[in-house]
Ligand binder design. Structure first.
Ligand code: UD1
Length: 431
């Protein structure tokens, strides 16, 4: 099993290209199930989750081709995927696949919408809380699907097709909004999705669906109006930049000091997180080519933050912020409101010398000052948790060795390469 070795203490200087967003690429790939024609996706990141989803879609009958590298293209440019679901050959998504990646559960909506039936295993994914799927199921029921649970599988049927309806989401859920949208675009008649997630990745899916012929209004708001269509068509769409990767590297630059240009990053996708970073004393400046992040000499101030659905502070940056606040002057309060049990990184950060007290859903992080974090052997526990260990390792004295890095490969493209190009001492050791 691969490990990552970091020798901390180097400031980061240089340019880090930001990849396409994993959380947008996955639902966009799934949207290919909605049409017989080819969906071309550009700027798809090179990630384990993307490859796994391509295999899952392949099982359903989607023909997936990845365009070769063109002359002049850099390694940092995303991949171009062509996905053609001319015929759906299998409407079952088996346990072995869905258990490995929660987002693959989202094939449920397009499969019912297009084929009138689906059998999809209940999901797995990162071990962060119970992560139910009740909202996904009630949404589909509101659109006319009959749902049964049997042997760990969701059996969904809509023999006469789905019917447009008012769909009310009682809690903000990114996945349930993706599902509702993908079902409503092929349903008969109008739908109104209320309480929709406003995350940029939902808006990215909606704008791709519009290119495919869907009629959707209210994109980017919590009320999405959809006029269902009988057929959708092929289209070409570019995946938006990854705001979580952007925030992660901004924090890596902030913890080490130095100055980096996050190439291709868009500030409007993470205003709240950038504001939080600015409040700690980090300089952030919008440039035509991306975001410049710098901390030259000054200390870091503590923060009081709670995670919230977009446009609030994202839960997917909570672990990284905790790592950063280990170096702040004072005590920070970081409250997790989206997922329970999303503090598994805390015990690993403690191995590096972090002082973090957990009180229910809140982490109290007391900065340990320069030299306070010391390298140690630690273990990645989930995707975002593992990257918080990298951030802390970059600032720790001596060697940090991170095990179970397959969690990282699910969501961060070539992380050791991107960081080492900016001067970090980081390498992957293959077992
Ligand atoms: C997506 C993101 C994940 C991010 C999360 C919240 C992808 C691939 N993953 O996950 O990185 O951390 O949004 O921004 O895009 N819930 C229910 N019932 C449901 C569904 C969700 O109670 O049927 C709850 C969840 O347990 C959680 C909250 O709703 O407490 C938000 O979850 P949701 O937005 O659905 O997360 P995902 O879409 O799985």
């Amino acid at each position: 099993m691969d490990r990552i070795r970091i020798v901390g203490g180097e400031r980061l200087y240089g340019t880090i290209p930001i990849s396409g967003a994993k959380n947008a690429a996955l639902p966009l790939m799934i949207a290919s199930l909605l049409t017989r024609e080819t969906l071309t996706l550009k700027n798809v990141p090179r990630l384990a989750d993307v490859n796994l989803l391509a295999r899952i879609l392949g099982n359903h009958g989607v023909d997936v081709t990845i365009a070769g590298k063109r002359t002049g293209q850099r390694h940092s440019d995303g991949q171009t995927f062509r996905l053609t679901a001319e015929e759906i050959v299998d409407t079952t998504a088996p346990y072995e696949m869905v258990a490995r990646m929660r987002a693959s559960f989202w094939v449920l909506a397009p499969l019912i919408a297009r084929c009138g039936r689906a059998k999809v295993s209940l999901p797995g994914g990162c071990a962060i809380g119970t992560r139910p799927v009740d909202l996904h199921l009630t949404t589909l029921q509101q659109l006319g699907a009959e749902i049964e649970l049997e042997g760990g599988y969701v059996l969904a049927r809509a023999p006469r097709g789905l019917t447009g309806a008012k769909v009310e989401l009682s809690k903000v859920s990114v996945g349930a909004t993706h599902n509702a949208l993908m079902a409503a675009v092929l349903a008969r008649g109008e739908s109104l999705i209320e309480g929709a997630a406003r995350e940029p990745e939902v808006a990215d899916l909606a704008s791709c669906l519009i290119k495919m012929g869907a009629r959707i209004e209210g994109v980017g708001t919590s009320a999405l109006w959809v006029q269902g269509r009988e057929t959708l068509y092929g289209a070409e769409h570019t995946v938006l930049p990854d705001r979580i990767e952007t925030g992660t590297y901004a924090m890596a630059a902030a913890i080490t000091g130095g100055e980096v240009l996050l190439e291709g990053a868009r500030a409007d996708l993470l205003e709240e997180a950038l504001q939080t970073l600015r409040s700690t004393g980090v300089e952030i400046e919008e440039r035509p080519t991306g975001l410049r992040v710098a901390r030259n000499g000054g200390g870091l101030g503590p923060v009081s933050v709670e995670t919230q659905p977009f446009p609030g502070f994202p839960t997917d940056l909570q672990a990284q912020l905790i790592a950063l606040m280990c170096m702040a002057n004072g005590t920070s309060q970081i409250r997790e409101t989206i997922f329970e049990n999303r503090f598994m990184h805390v015990q690993e950060l403690a191995r590096l010398g972090a002082r973090i007290e957990l009180k229910g859903d809140t982490a109290l992080v007391t900065g340990v000052g320069a030299g306070g974090l010391r390298g140690a052997q630690v273990m990645a526990t989930d995707l975002r948790a593992s990257v918080s260990l990298i951030i802390a390792g970059l600032a720790a004295q001596g060697e940090t060795m991170i095990g179970r890095v397959y969690h990282l490969d699910r969501g961060f493209e070539r992380i050791e390469e991107k960081l080492s190009q900016c001067g970090a001492h980081i390498e992957r050791l293959s077992a």
